[in-house]
Design a protein around this ligand. Structure first.
Ligand code: ADP
Ligand code: MG
Ligand code: MG
Ligand code: MG
Length: 418
């Protein structure tokens, strides 16, 4: 049941509501009658309004009591707006330049007014167009390293960590979407599944019968269910990132909870790899996307390497948590042994990221929610060719994860799958 003060705001309701919210009127300026309001939500779940006044603009996001993509038949708790606000607050504290500033939050209306990102575009659209973003790697690795490290047991006391886990534990309905749509449905017959038929019919059937793959994805699901390593964004694909040539902003953390760090890293790597595989389908003249393709694979390499470097340097300098007590690693020998262990930790995290990368690719090609990287390839046979290459890599990454011991091995395999 929805809280009694909740109502879905239409444009008039929103104008009246915002006119009575001082933080908002200060940002927009002028008279409320003259503000422009446009609903732009292109995501799967919520309403997003762009509101502009003479002094400035805002993005206003309101959760609906159901999944927008599907309709009222699929209810979804409004509390996700609370978790999104909580996660955005955490991210804003740790990486203020990399998320939109919060202007106003109303828990009863499940509504958040935030900084309008303009002229930023959704990164996925830029990637489909073949644009390159030179500052992106530095920004996103800082976002991931800081938000993950500072919510982990490497930085937090055990008590603070457990309280933090508890504060996100109620977001289980959003976790359940991931558990079903990413880790389960693509591997079985499910009503919501779809793929580029008829070309991928056989591949989809093979994946539904591939027990090695079912074991591998079930291990990943178990990790997602049980590993409360850090506060993860939970939906860190290129549709949750807005960019310009010089700026990067992460939006939409409504899936946030304490989960495995590799899930965020894998989400990002998967979406960059899908941009690479889809690129051949957007080629206008032979080789016209070569610069882009080289850049996007180099970005896959650098995202992992720079993330690992940044995470490790935080660990060396800011290890205030209860994990790895310094008293157990005294002197030079202790320091050296701990450094070896840090590298081993990153190697395990890399393995997780490789597995989650694979899971995120497979769900976008065989599950409910697809992405424009592939969907905008109009010739379905050509699209299926790109998707089949991505699926082939994903299956190998998931079943033979241990054989990928470096990010270069992943990008090499991606190049060889083309
Ligand atoms: P959903 O949870 O429904 O996916 P998102 O938070 O991803 O919603 O927002 C949907 C769309 O609204 C984004 O793809 C983007 O185009 C737009 N949007 C969201 N936040 C902002 C913002 N702060 N500034 C500008 N546009 C935004
Ligand atoms: Mg979104
Ligand atoms: Mg960085
Ligand atoms: Mg969302």
């Amino acid at each position: 049941s929805t809280p009694s003060d909740y109502r879905i705001l239409n444009e008039t309701d929103l104008r009246n509501y915002l006119a009575e919210t001082p933080a908002v009127t200060a940002q927009l300026g002028g008279s409320a009658d003259h503000w422009s309001i446009t609903e732009v939500g292109d995501g799967n779940l919520n309403l997003v309004f762009i509101v502009k006044g003479p002094s400035g603009g805002l993005a206003v996001k309101q959760a609906l009591p159901y999944v927008r993509l599907v309709g009222e038949s699929w209810p979804l708790p409004l509390s996700r707006a609370h978790y999104e606000h909580l996660a955005l607050t955490h991210q804003g504290r740790l990486a203020p330049a990399l998320v939109p500033a919060i202007v106003h939050h109303d828990p009863a209306l499940a509504l958040t007014a935030m900084e309008l990102l303009e002229p930023h575009i959704i990164m996925r659209k830029g990637l489909v167009a073949g644009s390159i973003y030179p500052a992106f790697t530095d920004h996103i690795t800082t976002f991931m390293a800081r938000t993950l490290f500072f919510s982990s047991d490497l930085a937090l006391s055990a008590a603070a960590k457990k309280d933090a886990i508890a504060s996100f534990a109620g977001n289980h309905a959003l976790c359940k979407i991931t558990e079903d749509l990413i880790f389960t449905d693509p591997y079985r017959v499910a009503e919501q599944n779809r793929w580029t038929a008829p070309w991928l019919d056989r591949t989809a059937a093979e994946i539904r019968e591939d027990l090695d793959l079912h074991v591998a994805v079930s291990r990943l699901k178990l990790k997602f269910l049980s590993s409360a390593e850090a506060l993860i964004h939970g939906d860190l694909h290129t549709g949750s990132i807005m960019v310009t040539d010089t700026e990067t902003k992460v939006i939409d953390p409504e899936f946030a909870f304490y989960g495995p760090m590799g899930f965020d890293v894998g989400a990002l790597l998967a979406n960059l790899l899908m941009a690479y595989f889809a690129s051949a389908g957007h080629e206008q003249t032979p080789g016209n996307r070569e610069v882009f393709e080289t850049w996007v694979l180099a970005t896959v390499d650098q995202v992992w390497s720079a993330f690992a470097d940044e995470f490790l340097s935080l660990w060396r300098k800011e290890a205030t948590g209860d994990a790895y007590p310094p008293s157990l690693f005294p002197g030079e020998a202790g320091a050296a042994r701990l450094e070896v262990e840090r590298q081993a930790y990153m190697a395990r995290l890399f393995q997780d990221a490789v597995g989650f990368t694979a899971a995120k690719i497979i769900r976008r090609i065989l599950g409910l929610a697809h992405n424009i990287d592939f969907e905008q390839i109009e010739d379905t046979k050509r699209r299926a060719t790109c998707e089949a290459r991505a699926l082939r890599l994903a299956r190998t990454l998931m079943v033979e994860t241990a054989s990928f011991t470096s990010i270069e091995a992943v990008t090499r395999a991606a190049r060889e799958s083309r």
